[in-house]
Design a protein around this ligand. Structure first.
Ligand SMILES: Cc1cc2nc3c(=O)[nH]c(=O)nc-3n(C[C@H](O)[C@H](O)[C@H](O)COP(=O)(O)OP(=O)(O)OC[C@H]3O[C@@H](n4cnc5c(N)ncnc54)[C@H](O)[C@@H]3O)c2cc1C
Length: 333
């Protein structure tokens, strides 16, 4: 049985108090939201914080509020289930509701939070293992070792972005409100990630994610979320994709973007405005978009699924999503 290491548990009642605790304890502290990723990771010895700062006592971090000027403000500690079931989210942001519903299982969705998902650690088959397993291998670049086992000459870690909600959030133009001892800032969710799976997010030390801000959906835009995983019942994805098209599907598109995740430390965003401008979403254009979205992604052996298959399935998955938008059965293989 894997046991949790000892830690001090703090339950601040206000964001200011939480931020003070994070500043006081520095690298010895970790934020605990639903704990569905952090606690198993602590059992595996991936993190050994001396203090856990729980979000449980701060009602202001839970719930979904209407934003001034349209859109929604989702408290970082709102559960994935509450996001997925909110009638406003279902009506305005169905891709986000869908993405929340593909995380793990219903039980985990009832505990795991949107903020915890946005800040989910990067994952790799050589990293998300017990300390015993990792010791046998001599550890890896992300934790305790000096070699990346999926790219042995790489100076950076290749563990992958794996959070189900992030591709859709990026395409929605969602922002993150971050609060730290030095003040508050609002940044695009897209800017939260880096190219190094070790130091994979751009939060400043001691910053807390307090809200995810969803802008009003642009008229005439459609977003779809897609996930491939080995076990449908419960599993992280080996491929995540979100597809956005803007404009008149039959008359002519004005813009398109695709985000592909689980293929590197940060989601790969492919803008396709030049390719689609003025063109109707025909089968031919769908295939061109799917090829263009797959081109920049370079899956490695981070998952127990062959990189060549994952690369091929980017094109297939994106094509199938576009065919769904076209209302056509997909022949993509
Ligand atoms: C069996 C299993 C299957 C899973 N499958 C999936 C899956 O398919 N897809 C998927 O995306 N995830 C999956 N997960 C991971 C996890 O359940 C979700 O990502 C969940 O949304 C994490 O949220 P949480 O509140 O539990 O985060 P926590 O575990 O509490 O925290 C995750 C990380 O975010 C940090 N953090 C959390 N909230 C904040 C905040 N407000 N400000 C600053 N830092 C913060 C924590 O310090 C920690 O580093 C799975 C987990 C398990 C155990």
């Amino acid at each position: 049985m894997m046991r949790l290491p000892a830690f001090d548990y703090r339950v601040p009642r206000e964001v200011g108090e939480a931020v003070s605790l994070l500043a006081e304890y520095g690298e010895d502290a970790k934020v605990l939201a639903g704990g569905t990723d952090l606690l198993p990771s602590m059992k595996q010895g991936l993190f050994t914080p001396k203090v856990l700062v729980s979000l449980r006592g701060m009602a202001e971090l839970r719930g979904i509020r209407d934003a001034e000027g349209g859109g929604l403000r989702v408290g970082a500690a709102t559960t994935l289930r509450d996001v997925a079931r909110d009638p406003r989210v279902l009506a305005l942001y169905p891709a986000l509701a869908d993405a929340c519903s593909t995380v793990a299982t219903h039980i985990i969705q009832g505990t795991g939070t949107l903020g915890g998902n946005v800040l989910l650690d990067t994952r790799c088959t050589y990293y998300n293992q017990s300390a015993f397993w990792r010791t046998a291998l001599g550890f890896c670049l992300k934790k305790g070792g000096d070699v990346c086992h999926v790219a042995r000459t790489s100076p950076t870690c290749m563990a992958t972005a794996s959070a189900d909600t992030v591709p859709a959030l990026i395409l929605m133009g969602a922002n993150a409100r971050l609060v730290g001892a030095a003040g508050e800032r609002v940044v695009p969710v897209e800017s939260l990630y880096t190219d190094d799976g070790r130091d994979w997010n751009t939060l400043r030390p001691g910053e807390l994610l307090t809200e995810v801000l969803l802008p009003p959906p642009a008229p005439g835009s459609a977003i779809l979320h897609r996930k491939m995983r080995r076990r449908q019942a419960i599993d992280y994805g080996f491929l995540l994709a979100a597809v956005r098209v803007d404009g008149d599907l039959a008359g002519g598109l004005t813009d398109a973007r695709v985000v592909v995740s689980c293929v590197g430390p940060r989601p790969v965003v492919t803008p396709l405005g030049d390719l689609v401008a003025g063109r109707p979403l025909t089968a031919e254009l769908a295939e061109e978009i799917a090829h263009a979205a797959a081109r920049p992604a370079a899956p490695l052996t981070t998952h127990g699924v062959m990189p060549s298959y994952r690369k091929k399935m980017i094109r297939v998955t994106v094509r199938r999503a576009l065919d769904t938008l076209r209302g056509e059965p997909s022949a993509a293989v």
